[in-house]
Design a protein around this ligand. Sequence first.
Ligand SMILES: Cc1cc2nc3c(=O)[nH]c(=O)nc-3n(C[C@H](O)[C@H](O)[C@H](O)COP(=O)(O)O)c2cc1C
Length: 451
Amino acid sequence: MARPMLLNAFEMNTVSQSSHGLWAHPRSRAADYNRLSYWTDLARLLERGLFDGLFLADVLGVYDVYGGSAEAALRSGAQIPINDPMLLVPAMAQVTQHLGFGITANVSYEAPFLLARRFSTLDHLTEGRVAWNVVTGFLDSAARAMGRPTQREHDTRYDMADDFLQVVYKLWEHSWADDAVLRDKGARVFSRPDRVREVAHDGPYFQMRGLHLSEPSPQRTPVLFQAGSSTRGLRFAGEHAECVFINGRSPAGAAEKVARLRAAARQAGRRDEDLRVFAGMSVIVGRSQAEAEDKLADYRSYIDPEGELAHFAASTGIDYARHGLDEPIGFVQNNANNSALESITTRSREGAWTKRDLIARMSVGGRGPLILGDPQQVADGLAQWMAEADIDGFNLTRLVAHESLEDFVTLVVPVLQERGLYKRGYGEGPLRRKLFGEARLPDRHPARRAG
Ligand SMILES: Cc1cc2nc3c(=O)[nH]c(=O)nc-3n(C[C@H](O)[C@H](O)[C@H](O)COP(=O)(O)O)c2cc1C
C-alpha cells in the first residue's frame, strides 16, 4: 500500500459541534450527546470502519462575541452545552480494542501535574490508546470564567504551552525508569525507590518539584496532536506535534500548509515522517450521485446561520452583527484565532469576503471542504486530496450523527480497501505504534530530552 489513509472522526461532547442546525434533523442522535450509548455506539461503529481515532475537540467558554451576547449560541446549541471530553473515554475503550482517542485539553487553564496523571491513567486503562490535542484556547469568555480579565496574548499562550509541555514531559518520560516497577509479590516489593525520581522544573510560567504519581503507561507521553497554523503555532507544531490538523478549502492551499509544517519539523531537528497531517473533511455519500445530492439538500434545510455566525464570530474575535451584508470583512488583529480570520479577509488569497459571502458559504460542512457523490466519486475525491495536499488522512466532521459516519463505513470504506488505499485490519499495540511503528517517542523528540 503506497500511503495508507488515516481516518479520525471529528467529534465533541456537545449537541452541535459544527454544521450548526443539523442536530435538529429527525434522524440525528446529537441531542443525546449526554447519554453514554451515543458514545459507545459511535466507538463500535468507528472500530467496525477501522478508524484510527476518535478526535474529541473541546472549548472552555461560550461563544458570546456575536451581538455581544451568548444568545445565538445558546439558542442554536453552538458548542454549548458542552461536557468534559476525557470522561467519555473509559466507556468507549471498554467496547473497543483498537480505536484511538484524541482528547483536547487546554494548557492555559489545566494544571500540568494533574493533567499528566489524568492522561497516564487513561493511557493505562486504554492500554495505550490515548492522544492529547494540545490547545491554548481562543476565548475571553473562558479566561473570565477562570478568573482572569482576558486571555493571554496569542504568542504568549504558545510560550506558556512550551513551558507546560516541559513539565509533563519530565513527569511522563523521566520520573520512573522502565524497570522501576517490580510487582514482586514474593519479595513484597512493588516499586524500586532507586528507580523513581523527583523531577524539577523552574520555568517562566510553571515551577514544580515532585515525582509522577502514575507508573509508566504503555506510551508514557500520549500521542501529541496539535493544530497551530499561525507562524508561532507552526513552530510549536514543528517542535512537538506528532499529528497535526489542518483546515484547507482546497488541496493546493492545504499543500502549502503541509510543506510549512514539515519544514518546521525539520527545523526542530525532526523528520518529515515524524508528522501525520489530517485535513478536516465533510463527506456525504449516497448509493448514487443523485441520492447524495438529495441528502445534501435535505441536510442543508436544517442549517442555522445564526449558530454559524455565533461560532465564527467567537473563533475570529469579530462581531459580524455590526457588519452590513455587503461590507468587506477587514483583518483586525485580536487575540482569538488569527489564522481563521486571515482566511476570509484582505489577507486571504481570494480577497476579502463580505458577510453575505460568509453566510452563503456557511453550509453543510461549515466553511471547510465537502466531498459528495457515490462511493467511487467519494473515494476519487479523497484520493485526490491525499495526493495533491501531501496529507496522511482526514478528520471527518460530524454531520447527521451517526448516519453520516455509518454511510461512510458501509459505502466508502470497502471501496477504499478495494483500491488499496485503506487498511483491512488494525496493526497491533498502542496508538503510537499503529501510527508510527513504535510505542514510545523517538529520541529526537524534545520530550525525550526534557529530563
Ligand atoms: C481541526 C482543528 C481542531 C481544533 N480543535 C480545537 C479545540 O478542540 N479546541 C480549541 O481550543 N482549539 C482548537 N483548534 C484551534 C487550534 O488549537 C489553534 O488555536 C488554531 O488552529 C489556530 O492556530 P494559531 O493559534 O496558531 O493561529 C482546532 C483547530 C483545528 C484546525
